[in-house]
Ligand binder design. Structure first.
Ligand code: ATP
Length: 351
């Protein structure tokens, strides 16, 4: 059995249906109408020990609802859910010992007491042996750079300090699994990197399994090998990050700097399929008349075909090749430009 396993997992919320305005609110008092909202609609997910999985999707896709069910906060409306051999909503205490959770928008620290005291309270709640607590606190303080604010109360922390303290709080009892819901939201680049490095280090040194939801696709590229994309409560892609890139990032762009302009460069590529030539003035990609950018489908022709043709007419001083980022690919998924049938054929999606 996998460390985390869900089968046909569902969560339905009853949402009030109100007409707009004050009249609508008054009418609702007398004639209440509700509709069922399927926040999560039949999710099958298996996560093995030691994996770092990105769980992404557009706003309202059902990510937080899934994490709340995995952590035992919400009771599913249907389906099965097992986390490290336990049913989270039935065995909440046992489950809590095995998991850590960081919600970027909320804190689990006590607002008015110093961070150091909050961490000591968590040590008592989780019954962490003193020597392990001390060791973890030393390591986390070093890795997260917490020395300068351990004496401050959560109320006085900046967002970046608060997130670091929250991460330490979530990992203090050495949980097997950590759920990270938007752990880098609103943070500057330096703190983001520090947090990502910390997550990587915990995964490497302790084998902690991480399930991460984020809208920051840099988090995904930096931390996760596996990508699960959810939309409208259903998984539409589940597979390796590299596979989704290979499958859907077909185009490449070669940017070349020439020693002198080549007139009618388009003629050079006659006969090659799906080539787009960008020159100075066409786009930001080519900023002077000796710059030439060629977009091509890497399954239909090769970079060397293109460079060879350019070199037959001129001298190439420098060049580089760009590929679409995972950000671009996921944006296409969200915009509906990659259909879910193709995605599920590429991975193990259940759409
Ligand atoms: N307590 C609730 N009562 C009613 N509807 C809810 C409740 N919680 C969530 N929903 C609805 O369920 C759907 C999924 O919400 P959820 O918070 O899981 O999405 P999400 O993928 O985490 O979104 P985001 O990226 O914006 O955080 C949304 O349509 C939301 O309005």
């Amino acid at each position: 059995m996998s460390l985390i396993e869900t089968k046909g997992l569902q969560k339905v919320f009853r949402q009030a249906v109100k007409d707009p305005g004050l009249a609508g609110a008054v009418k609702h008092l007398f004639t209440q109408r509700y509709r069922d909202k399927y926040a999560v609609e039949g999710i099958d997910l298996k996560i093995e020990e030691g994996e770092t999985v990105a769980y992404v999707g557009p706003n309202g896709a059902g990510k937080s609802t899934t994490i709340k069910m995995l952590s035992g906060v919400l009771v599913p409306s249907g389906g099965e859910i097992i986390v490290d051999g336990r049913v989270p909503y039935k065995q909440r205490m046992e489950n809590a010992q095995r998991i850590g959770a960081v919600f970027g928008q909320r804190t689990q620290l006590w607002w008015d007491i110093p961070v150091r005291e909050s961490l000591s309270l968590l040590r008592d709640i989780y019954q962490v042996p003193t020597d392990r607590f001390k060791k973890n606190l030393d390591v986390f303080t070093e890795l997260l750079g917490m020395d300068s604010f351990l004496h401050l109360s959560a109320r006085k922390l900046s967002l970046g300090q608060r997130m670091r303290a929250d991460l330490a709080a979530a990992l203090l009892h050495d949980p097997k699994i950590v759920y990270l819901d938007e752990p880098t939201i609103g943070l500057d680049v330096a703190v983001k990197h520090r947090i990502r490095d910390f997550i990587k280090e915990m995964n490497r040194s302790k084998g902690t399994t991480m399930l991460l939801t984020t809208h920051d696709l840099g988090d995904i590229e930096d931390l996760c090998e596996r990508l699960v994309i959810i939309d409208q409560g259903r998984i539409i892609y589940d597979g390796k990050l590299q596979e989704v890139k290979d499958e859907f990032a077909r185009e490449r762009t070669i940017h070349m700097q020439l020693s002198s302009p080549i007139p009618d460069a388009e003629e050079l590529f006659r006969g090659l399929p799906e080539i787009q030539v960008k020159r100075s003035g066409d786009s930001l990609e080519a900023s002077s008349d000796t710059d030439l950018s060629i977009r091509f489908d890497r399954f239909r022709c090769t970079a060397s075909d293109i460079v060879k043709r350019v070199m037959s007419r001129g001298e190439v001083v420098d060049f580089r090749i760009d590929e679409p980022s995972i950000e671009e690919i996921i944006r296409r998924v969200y915009d509906g430009k990659l259909d879910s049938a193709a995605l599920s054929a590429a991975g193990k999606g259940s759409a």
